[in-house]
Design a protein around this ligand. Structure first.
Ligand code: NAP
Ligand code: HSE
Length: 591
């Protein structure tokens, strides 16, 4: 049995014997999606976060994502102008190389931002994927590419980011795919890697028959290739539409967060009336600490979507100078609810007040988003049934895995397969401490650092004692095995035994606090959190520092691994915000 394969009852922390290579097992297929962000989406550095939310939306739905980036804002025009200022007859290869800088720059920034949100991402460039072009060097046609490097990264669970617009000719010189060429890059890559969808993400939600700002402008829900090519509005690069037509590919055009893009390549062209303007969703935020602070920043960046009317804290003076409207900071629960929220976000933690507030919010018909695993493990079954009774949403994605969409992964897999076992590293704080200790830091110093970085719970006993991981394991097990599994069913031990120092490990091994659960032969669930020694290179060991990993073992022998950052402001805020956006879409649809 592989060392990190889940067994019926979790294995004890025993000394390693002999190093073996990491086990390999067939994993599940995933739909590949290509998202192209144009310069209207990447209008400025501040807007990159919106693109990251869109990537996360696909990732949490279990898709493998390729991102193709245009240059930011008016960068391409500025670079073209600069080339003209330097030379009235610019050499095509040098001109192309200068303009391609715009896409290199934006794609690197987007990769960094995706990583910072806790999603593993790899930046590749046209040379690495051998994106070969022919014809006019500044208005070239894509001819071939190596899909292998892209697929390899996707199979590793990484988002792949590529600069659009640029390729290489047969001598390796930089070429350009013409104005709007990132559209063509996206579709060409989608075709080459066998993607299920290719979406051009725009600042308007689709292809319109006139300027969408004009009253009476109508959106095409579907367009034939011919109608798209004949349309005076150039919403997608004509070369790209032509490529789609020549190869029978479907192209989507939609705004960020859209569930109703225009579909190009339909049999018939269909227009729909324009929807009315969205109104912002009224929000109450409970808590403004590590997680709440990040979620608030995301909401304030989208004032047309979110109207944050009240924020509950204990000590407003700590936060007042960071807010433009400090009057929304409140200490009275009644005042918070008097602001008439439709959506309540609970990020204060703990089980007492947080439980009362969520109950009150659900009772009042508010949708609720929470990151609170302690509360959900204790009272989640009752709270869910209250939410169902009231017909509202109770979303808790960030309660498990920080930015890693673990609950979603288990839910998706359980819908179609029998799950035999789950195992993982679920607590960022302890993993961070173990990583630091392996490099010589003391337990106390490492814990203090984890607290300072915002990974630890308010009372870190929950982390180091294994309770936080046990609560998360309980929430995962309810989806995988038994919807009513009590928290007390998990056997728990932590890492406190290492407080006085950790015995040396044999080379090639590492310590992890591992959570395991599986169904026993008698139908009961065995669940345990304990310190284990795992092989370097194994899936469990792949979770380093505050990262988290979950391995889902299917009854048919296949397995699925999800990995990313398990704690910290931005990964957790990304996950909470994805729930917030999901709830807001539902409120908007109803409103
Ligand atoms: P935090 O930094 O300690 O922030 C808690 C916030 O809640 C503070 O703004 C605090 O206000 C407020 N608060 C606490 N008790 C309150 C009370 N009785 N009345 C009013 N306000 C109160 O906590 P956090 O790290 O953001 O964690 C919040 C939740 O997210 C927890 O459930 C945690 O388990 C979960 N979570 C955290 C992470 C992470 O990486 N940090 C990851 C996933 C899930 P004052 O400052 O005024 O006291
Ligand atoms: N304290 C938790 C951890 C936060 O360290 O994993 C993320 O749930």
């Amino acid at each position: 049995m592989p060392i990190d394969a889940p067994s019926h009852m979790p294995e004890p922390d025993r000394p390693p014997r002999r190093a073996r290579p990491a086990p390999t097992a067939e994993s599940l297929d995933h739909e590949i999606v290509v998202l192209k962000f144009g310069s209207s989406i990447l209008a400025s550095e501040a807007k990159i976060a919106d693109a990251v939310h869109e990537v996360y939306r696909e990732v949490r739905n279990g898709r493998r994502v390729v991102v193709v980036c245009s240059a930011m804002g008016d960068t391409t025009d500025r670079l073209a102008q600069r080339a003209g200022e330097i030379s009235d007859k610019p050499h095509p290869a040098a001109y192309a190389a200068l303009l391609a800088v715009g896409e290199s720059h934006s794609s690197a920034q987007v990769t960094l931002a995706i990583e910072a949100a806790g999603i593993p991402a790899t930046l590749l460039d046209p040379a690495q994927i051998d994106l070969r072009t022919t014809g006019d060097p500044v208005n070239a046609e894509p001819e071939s590419m190596a899909a292998g490097p892209v697929k390899h990264e996707l199979n590793m669970g990484n988002v792949v980011v590529l600069p659009g617009f640029a390729g290489r000719d047969k001598r390796g010189f930089t070429t350009l795919l013409g104005r709007g060429g990132s559209d063509l890059t996206a579709l060409f890559v989608a075709h080459s890697v066998g993607a299920a969808r290719c979406r051009l993400v725009k600042d308007v939600d689709g292809w319109y028959d006139a300027d969408p700002k004009q009253p009476g402008a109508r959106k095409f829900s579907a367009l034939t290739y011919d109608d798209a090519l004949a349309s005076p509005a150039q919403v997608a690069q004509p070369k790209c539409v032509k490529y789609a037509a020549d190869h029978g590919l479907i192209l989507e055009i939609g705004a960020l967060g859209s569930e109703t893009p225009s579909v190009i390549g339909a049999k018939e062209t269909v227009k729909v009336p324009q929807g009315g303007p969205r109104r912002p969703v009224r929000v109450a935020l409970l808590g403004l600490g590590t997680v709440g602070g990040g979620v608030l920043r995301h909401m304030l960046a989208e004032p047309t979507m979110y109207d944050v009317r009240s924020i509950l804290v204990r000590d407003p003076s700590k936060y007042a100078d960071k807010l433009e409207h400090p009057e929304i900071l409140m200490t009275s629960v009644d005042e918070v609810f008097a602001a008439d929220p439709e959506l309540v976000i609970e990020v204060i933690g703990g089980t007492g007040l947080a439980g009362d507030l969520i109950t009150r919010a659900l009772d009042a018909g508010c949708n609720v988003v929470t990151a609170n695993k302690a509360l959900m493990a204790r009272d989640g079954v009752a709270l869910r049934s209250l939410a169902d009774e009231r017909g509202v949403m109770l979303l808790d994605s960030a309660a498990v895995g920080g930015g890693v969409p673990m609950l979603e992964a288990v839910e998706r897999i359980a819908r179609e397969h029998e799950i035999a076992a789950i195992s993982g590293v679920l607590n960022g704080t302890t993993n961070f401490i173990l990583g630091r200790m392996a490099r010589g830091t003391t337990y106390a110093e490492a814990l203090e650092e984890a607290q300072r970085l915002g990974y630890a719970e308010a009372d870190p006993t929950a982390d180091v004692g294994g309770f936080d991981a046990a609560q998360k394991l309980c929430l995962l097990s309810r989806i995988a095995f038994d919807p009513e599994m009590p928290e007390s069913a998990v056997e728990v031990s932590g890492i406190e035994s290492l407080a006085e120092g950790a015995p040396a490990l044999e080379r090639g091994f590492a310590r992890r606090l591992v959570a395991r659960a599986s169904r026993r032969d008698d139908g009961t669930i065995g669940a345990r959190v304990a310190l284990e020694t795992v092989r370097e290179g194994s899936d469990l060991a792949r979770a380093r520092d505050e990262s988290a990993v979950l391995i889902v073992q299917l009854a048919d022998g296949r397995r699925e691994t999800v990995i990313g950052r398990g704690a910290g402001r931005w990964p957790t805020a990304e996950s909470v915000f994805a729930d917030v956006a999901q709830a807001a879409r539902r409120i908007d649809a109803r409103g």
